[in-house]
Each structure stands twice: as C-alpha cells, then as structure tokens.
Design a binder for this molecule. Structure first.
Ligand SMILES: NC(=O)c1ccc[n+]([C@@H]2O[C@H](COP(=O)([O-])OP(=O)(O)OC[C@H]3O[C@@H](n4cnc5c(N)ncnc54)[C@H](OP(=O)(O)O)[C@@H]3O)[C@@H](O)[C@H]2O)c1
Length: 346
C-alpha cells in the first residue's frame, strides 16, 4: 500500500505487484518535474482518446460544441471515422510520437478495455492499453507541459463502505479495477497536476444494446421469458454520458482558468441508487413494457468468476465545490436512449 499526496487528497493506492516498481521509479522523478508551472495561456487544444467509444462520442460532441478550444481531435482504434484519427494506443512508440508532434494542451484519456470479463481473459493486452499506454501518454504530455484528465472508475473501490470520498482507501475487487487504479497512479505519478475523474456505470446513445451494462438490460424487456432473473443486489449510480461529458468540459475550463488549483482526483456519479432490477423496472415504466415476468434476485452473487463491488456510491463534493454537477434523471435519460430500440422492436 502506498500513500501519496495527490492534489488535495492523501490517497491510499493499491497497485498490481508487476507494475509497482516501474510506476514508483517514475513517481520519484516526475515529482521534481511537476514543479514547473504549466503555461495555460495561448489557444488551448484538446485531444480525446477513445473518441469512438460510448463516452468518447459524447465527449467529442460536448467539447467540440463548447467553442472554447482552438481544436478538438479524437482518436479511435477500430472505429476511426471521418473526424477521428486512428491511433493504436498499444503501439507505445507511436503514441509518444503522436503526442510529441501534436502537443495538445489537454488530453482527455477515455480509451480503455473496460469490460472486466475481457480484462480477465487477456490480461496482457488490457495491461498494455489501460496502464502502459496511460503512462506513456502521461509522460509524453508532461514533457511539454500539457495536462491530462484520466477517466477512471468507481470499481477502484471494494463496495463495502460507500459513500466513498476521493481520499478513501481504494481496494479493487477485480483486475479491471486494479488496472484502472494503476492508470490513476501512472497519471498522477507522472504529473500530480493531472486530473483523474472517477465515474460510475454509463448509459447513453448506444450503437448496440450490449455497449452499455445498463442498456443491455432492455433486452430482457424486448423478449421476456418466464425465467428471467436479474440482480437486485449490487447498488449502482448510473450516469448518462452527456452528464459526464458536461463535467469533463467544465473541468477542462476550470483547469484552463485556474491551473494548478485544479488537480488530483474528482468523482462524479448519478443521484439515484439503483440495482439492475430497479433499472429494469424504471425502463419498463418509461417505455410501457411488461415487467411482471422478470424477477429480482437480492442474494449476494456466488464468489466465482469476475467479482463486482457491492455499492460504489461516490462522494461528489469536490466537483460540487467548483459548481460542477449534472444529473439526468434516470427515467428521462434511459427513455430517450431506448426509444429507438423500442420502436425497432415494434
Ligand atoms: N462504460 C462504463 O460503464 C464505464 C464505467 C466507468 C468507467 N468507465 C471508463 O470510461 C472510459 C470510457 O469507457 P467507454 O464505455 O466509452 O468505453 P468503450 O465504449 O468500450 O470505448 C473504448 C474506446 O477505447 C478505444 N480503444 C480500444 N482499444 C484501443 C487501442 N488499442 N488503441 C486505441 N484506442 C483503443 C476504442 O476504440 P475503437 O472502438 O475505435 O476500437 C473506443 O474508442 C474508460 O476509461 C472506462 O474505463 C466506463
């Protein structure tokens, strides 16, 4: 367990043993380097990694339409389209070169392998993307004084003692959470003036229902059987991607305006505490679907397979103190997102 002053919070950090020594050796040198003041004047540019993802698409729209930045560039991997640059983040030399050439003022680093089961299946690839690429990005950005917002997760907590403050002890219960925590450590270790934004489970305009752990539940309502059981145990605070994009845009603006005052760990999550069963009931009400055949299971899941934390509710006061908050009521948000899928099925 390591303790490090990160922003205004003293944060206990747990990391995977393999990465620990490498990350710590970087921490020591980077603390000296971070003393320099970032030049926040001039016309700032923003780079969004993972611009093709569920969150990345909302980030691109919100940040671009704000009109506050001289340029907004998004990167993608397999889904690079007209306005997204293809960049394989696991090509570490390529990442370094790309950042050194483009020198964005701010990087919102959203790309990741974020499916816990896929992380378990290919740990090496997930480590390269979620941790090593994050560290290379952070170093390259730090070399010219740029700053990064690293998108992290509520899964850094074990879920046993919610609500969690930014300074509370992290203790991920699965490898995905551990890697994301290592990404936090890399981000703030290279430059403590960087930002980490921890967010909860997301929903939003999906390209396919399985793209979000929330919208996938709608499949139960589209083709119900009399054997459908959904968890009524773990508590989540789902956020619409537009809420998170709003928070990121405001954090970028504050960072640009106030420099080193804005650094370290921030957290955002939705205001409604819901189990998956609770989410299904709200979806059913909003889209006038029959939910009677679906049963909730309030029992703790068996301790086999990828573990999930129980209640990951996070304290959001650090953002609220900056006047930053945005919550789309779940029923409103989920109805607007699922409407087209409901129509398709009729
Ligand atoms: N979704 C959630 O419920 C949730 C909850 C908490 C935290 N988060 C965090 O939020 C962030 C965004 O999540 P998301 O749901 O938007 O993820 P996502 O929809 O799965 O998107 C992942 C993004 O990463 C990109 N990517 C994958 N492999 C890459 C590679 N080798 N090189 C470059 N880019 C690569 C993908 O590009 P292509 O699609 O073009 O291949 C895509 O843009 C992640 O950091 C995640 O950990 C998500």
């Amino acid at each position: 367990m390591y303790f490090r002053r990160l922003g205004s919070a003293l944060c206990p950090l747990k990391t995977t043993p393999v990465l620990r020594s490498a990350l710590l050796s970087d921490l020591d040198t980077s603390f000296h380097r971070s003393v320099k003041t970032t030049n926040m004047s001039g016309s700032p540019s923003v780079l969004v990694t993972g611009g093709s993802g569920l969150l990345g698409r909302a980030l691109m729209t919100t940040i671009e339409s704000s009109g506050k930045w001289s340029s907004v560039t998004g990167t993608a991997f397999s889904r690079n389209g007209a306005n997204l640059v293809k960049l394989d983040l696991t090509d570490l030399d390529g990442v370094k070169k790309f950042i050194e050439e483009t020198k964005p003022t701010f990087v919102v680093h959203a790309a990741a392998q974020r499916f816990p089961d896929k992380v378990d299946k290919d740990l090496e690839a997930a480590t390269k993307l979620n941790v090593e690429a994050t560290q290379v990005l952070a170093k390259a950005i730090n070399s010219y004084g740029g700053k990064m917002i690293y998108i992290s997760t509520d899964y850094v907590f074990d879920g046993k003692a919610a609500p969690y403050k930014v300074s509370d002890q992290t203790n991920p219960v699965n490898i995905y959470g551990k890697l994301k925590l290592d990404g936090e450590l890399a981000t703030l270790g290279v430059d403590p003036e960087n930002l980490v934004l921890r967010i909860p489970v997301l929903y939003g305009p999906v390209e396919y229902l399985e793209e979000s752990a929330v919208t996938v539940l709608f499949k139960l309502l589209l083709s119900p059987t009399d054997q459908d059981v959904v968890s009524d145990y773990e508590i989540r605070r789902p956020s619409h991607v537009d809420d998170i994009a709003f928070v990121v845009q405001k954090l970028l603006e504050e960072k640009h305006k106030r420099g080193i005052e804005i650094q370290g760990i921030y957290q955002w999550c939705g205001l409604e505490a819901l189990t998956k069963f609770g989410m299904v009931q709200i979806m059913a009400r909003a889209l006038k679907k029959d939910v009677k055949t679906i049963k909730g299971n309030a029992e703790k899941p068996p301790e086999t397979g990828t573990q999930r934390p129980y209640d990951t509710t996070m304290d959001t006061s650090r953002l609220q103190e900056l006047g930053i908050e945005h919550h789309t009521p779940f029923e409103v948000g989920v109805a607007s997102v699922l409407e087209k899928w409901n129509q398709k099925s009729n």
